[in-house]
Design a binder for this molecule. Structure first.
Ligand code: ATP
Ligand code: MG
Length: 508
């Protein structure tokens, strides 16, 4: 009897505990708004029923595909799709997630290849990131921004000497197809290897093979560890291509906000604009010039406005942008190129004519400009490059005229001969960025007229000798120049003497 009583007590205790737990375990009520797809096609869906959805909100489709609501109309919502699968079609139910379109951010992204939503594309382990941030963020206020003061070294002689770029600047790279646009951006990323600048390469609408080539180049030159590659290829839906640059910028901003220097390359914004045009036309927005919608300027200005140099009170980080644009038949006055030229702080124009002549990188110096970077150039480089730009333009004009006359006065002949040597030494092969000190050495030699007596074909060897000589014999002076310090008279003389020694080895 006693035994039964104990059992009963135990049972009733357990029952009351379970009852209590059940009271606390009331399932939370999840309130989700759902809608019905009216039509799907061309990467967009028209959805009925999402009455209280907000702009840029994520919409979940069956099968895990996400979309972004961008067209909010009284009786339907236009959603751009970020993926594709067979379960999409008229009649399926979709839910509003209540989440803004976002992307992962963090150190775990370095060295990885991802898409805008954070999907890993390199076949590696899952991302080790713990935070997601919205892809659309307002640009820093004017009050938070500082002037551009530190150079971003590209390692390319024509750019660092004549069109210098500063950290926090936006410099457009434009030119026809296959003129070396991507190469310039990749060389700049490679040159940041030991400079502590984090790089983001954002590929939009390119063929998969082109992107694979870029990634391989970065890997070969040990430049992948400090780089994030964000890809939306030409086979991805237009919606994904459209949001990718914004997501890549959010990833870059994370590091800028920690006070780091960051470089972002958008390759390229012509394809981005085309993706947006495709979406806009499908969403039946009114087409304007070249069939682009009216807000095409705004999609690029709000993107590039996020690149800046922050004041020290706000972390002191910087985000430098190198957007790339492809021109058609060298027309830089077309709609998208003019828009971007007016948004950015300068442009590097690549000419197919120079490319065909083998003058690589094929930068047309006359049509290129850097509106803020000049002030940031290393003082030693500025001293040797100061008159070069003007002298070079004068030479180009003279050379054109000189073609018509056979007899030239000695002064003109000398100017032309010097100009030809400048043009020769501005050539540079791919993926071999030079240190500032090496560039200073070469420009010192050309300014002092040390190349004047050498035939053009021998200049490449002479350059190599000078560079090696300086690094071997004057390493401290090279480090001094690379750290951004100016040269005094005696130091400049030592460099000149060393160069002369190198060149005697060539002539003897
Ligand atoms: P696309 O329009 O296809 O994007 P692009 O303008 O980005 O082309 P790149 O792919 O960078 O051009 O370069 C085109 C070709 O020129 C490549 O084969 C590249 O190897 C070569 N090239 C570019 N710059 C140089 C250089 N400085 N020296 C030698 N070859 C170069
Ligand atoms: Mg390219």
């Amino acid at each position: 009897m006693e035994h039964d009583g104990a059992l009963n007590r135990m049972l009733s205790d357990t029952m009351s505990r379970v009852r209590q737990e059940l009271v606390h375990r009331q399932p939370a009520l999840i309130c989700q708004e759902t809608g019905t797809v009216l039509q799907v096609g061309g990467g967009i869906a028209r959805v009925q029923g999402l009455a209280s959805i907000s702009s840029e909100e994520l919409v979940a489709f069956p099968g895990g595909v996400l979309g972004v609501a961008i067209n909010l109309e009284p009786d339907e919502v236009g959603v751009i799709l970020l993926g594709e699968n067979e379960q999409q079609g008229a009649g399926v139910r979709v839910t509003a997630t209540g989440r803004e379109t976002d992307t992962p951010v963090g150190d775990g992204l370095l060295g990885r290849i991802v898409d805008a939503t954070g999907k890993v594309l390199d076949g590696g382990k899952p991302l080790e990131v713990h935070e997601r941030r919205p892809i659309e963020r307002t640009a820093p206020e004017i009050i938070e921004r500082a002037p551009v003061t530190v150079p971003l070294e590209t390692g390319l002689k024509p750019i660092d000497a004549l069109i210098p770029i500063g950290r926090g600047q936006r410099e457009l790279i434009l030119g026809d197809r296959q003129t070396g646009k991507t190469s310039i951006a990749i060389d700049t990323i490679i040159n940041q290897r030991d400079k502590g600048v984090i790089c983001v390469y954002c590929a939009v609408g390119q063929r998969g093979t082109s992107v694979a080539k870029v990634i391989e180049t970065l890997r070969q030159h040990d430049a992948l560890d400090h780089t994030i590659v964000v890809v939306a290829s030409d086979e991805d839906p237009a919606g994904l291509r459209y949001i990718t640059p914004y997501a890549a910028t959010t990833m870059a901003e994370y590091f800028m906000e920690q006070g780091r220097d960051v470089l972002i390359v958008y390759d390229d914004l012509t394809r981005h604009a085309r993706a947006y045009r495709e979406l806009s036309l499908l969403l039946r927005r009114p087409p304007g010039r070249e069939a682009y919608p009216g807000d095409i300027f705004y999609i690029h200005s709000r993107l590039l406005e996020r690149s800046t140099h922050m004041r020290t009170e706000y972390g002191g980080g910087s985000l430098t942008a190198l957007p790339i644009i492809e021109t058609q038949a060298q027309d830089i006055s077309a709609y998208i190129p003019t828009n971007l030229i007016s948004i950015t702080d300068g442009q590097i124009y690549l000419s197919p004519t120079l490319f065909q002549k083998g003058l690589l990188p094929a930068i047309n110096i006359g049509k290129s400009v850097s509106r803020v970077g000049g002030k940031t150039q290393h003082p030693a480089l500025r001293t040797v490059a100061s008159d070069l730009r003007l002298a070079y333009s004068q030479f180009e004009e003279l050379e054109t005229f000189a073609r018509f006359s056979t007899r030239l006065d000695p002064e003109t002949r000398d100017t032309i001969e010097r100009g030809r040597r400048v043009r020769e030494i501005l050539k540079q092969s791919e993926h071999r960025p030079l240190r500032t000190s090496e560039q200073v050495g070469i420009l010192t030699a050309v300014n002092a007229g040390l190349f004047d007596s050498l035939p053009l074909e021998e200049l490449a060897d002479a350059e190599e000798l000078i560079r090696r000589g300086l690094l071997e014999r004057l390493p401290e002076l090279c480090a001094h120049i690379d750290s951004g310090k100016p040269l005094d008279k005696e130091q400049s003389q030592r460099i000149l003497d060393d160069i002369s020694t190198s060149l005697t080895a060539l002539t003897s």
